[in-house]
Design a protein around this ligand. Structure first.
Ligand SMILES: [Zn+2]
Length: 65
């Protein structure tokens, strides 16, 4: 597993989170991170619907007019 921060391969697994995803630890920069379950975006990053995006876009334009 490559470190997402410093791209080092000097990493090791560091147990598991409560959700059951594997945690990793970088021995070079001491960053720790966990694997995301595939197909599930993290909370807060849930994709906006197109309608919502368009609404926001129109709102922004309104402010400029
Ligand atoms: Zn690192």
């Amino acid at each position: 597993m490559q470190c997402p921060k410093c791209s080092s391969e000097n990493t090791r697994t560091n147990g598991k989170t409560k959700k059951g995803t594997v945690r990793y630890f970088c021995k070079d920069c001491r960053k720790s991170w966990s694997d995301r379950p595939i197909g599930r975006p993290p909370k807060g990053l849930v994709a906006m619907t197109n309608a919502e995006r368009q609404r926001l876009y129109r709102q922004k334009r309104k402010n400029y007019e």
